[in-house]
Design a protein around this ligand. Structure first.
Ligand code: NDP
Length: 270
């Protein structure tokens, strides 16, 4: 019997994770299955324990269960503890549930794959929700000169910056006081989902700046269109999705898939 993995979400029908992990498994010669499970909103813990009882070895977790999955965990990685949410669960040989968050590593690896250096860069992150909280630790570990968080609700950005404060170079605020230039601007808001754009000043991006949208779609998001019109290099979040999946796959199988071909396949299928 193959080893069983899954992704939990609600809804989950749109998830590309089963496709990504099927491609990884094929490429790495791993005998495993990976299915999408729509867990009941009110009982994520029950869904996870039932999956394990049926032989499940690990899972990805997406909206709206990332915080619930954090609470289900017996052992949290350090970055998961800081993020307050997890996207990867591992059923350990000792019967305990281990949890990690791989979104931030996925983002940083995708930036690296595109040749973007964060080291000594002035980085701006837009948004202060769960996705942003989950990527801050790996972003800071990449050594930016400064990191500013801007959010529609300014207090949330200020409080998030305080949680991740390191030597005074993580700051937060609203959009009205926002001043560039930044070498790297990462959109972690859900504004793109509704075709909206936060109010951004024209001076935001440095001359050779990079604009990254954590969202992805067949066509460039409004944010990437805005940045492209101002001369920035633009990257969408499809690579982040593939890289976070690769890190989860590694946690389960101890094998690192080659992400480039999988990203290309997914891009063609968008
Ligand atoms: P949350 O609901 O936790 O947070 C949403 C954030 O977006 C808040 O900061 C909110 O501001 C802001 N926002 C929403 N609408 C607008 C708007 N019209 N104008 C300005 N700001 C707005 O969502 P998540 O953090 O979970 O997700 C954010 C995005 O990240 C999603 O698009 C998701 O698809 C993407 N994502 C991508 C991943 C990938 O692998 N590529 C992985 C994880 C997430 P406020 O606080 O003021 O409400």
């Amino acid at each position: 019997m193959s080893d069983r993995y899954c992704v939990f979400g609600h809804p989950i029908g749109h998830s590309r994770s089963p496709r990504i992990h099927a491609l990884f498994a094929e490429q790495c010669g791993q005998a495993m299955t990976y299915e999408a499970i729509e867990a009941p909103r009110e009982d994520f813990a029950g869904a996870w324990h039932a999956f394990v009882a049926a032989g499940g070895l690990g899972a990805n977790v997406t909206v709206p269960f990332k915080e619930e999955a954090y609470r289900v965990a017996d052992v949290l990685s350090q970055r998961a503890r800081r993020a307050g949410a997890v996207n990867t669960l591992v059923h350990g040989r000792d019967g305990r549930t281990y949890a990690d968050t791989t979104d931030g590593v996925g983002l940083v690896r995708d930036l690296e794959a595109h040749g973007v250096t964060l080291d000594d860069a002035r980085v701006l992150v837009l948004g202060a929700g769960g996705a942003v909280r989950g990527v801050l630790d790996p972003l800071l570990a990449a050594g930016p000169r400064s990191l500013h968080i801007a959010n529609r609700t300014a207090e949330k950005a200020v409080s998030l910056a305080a949680d991740f404060q390191q030597q005074g170079y993580v700051t937060g605020g609203g959009y009205d006081a926002l001043e560039g230039p930044f070498e790297v601007v990462i959109n972690g808001t859900s504004a793109s989902l509704g075709g909206e754009l936060p109010p951004l000043p024209d001076t935001l991006l440095a001359a050779d700046g990079v604009a990254y949208d954590m969202m992805y779609a067949a066509d460039p998001t409004v944010f990437l269109q805005w940045a492209s019109a101002r001369g920035a290099r633009t990257i969408d979040g499809l690579g982040m999705l593939v890289e976070q999946a690769a890190e989860s796959f590694f946690l389960w199988r101890h094998v690192r898939p080659d992400t480039g071909p999988v990203r290309d396949t997914l891009r063609h299928e968008l």
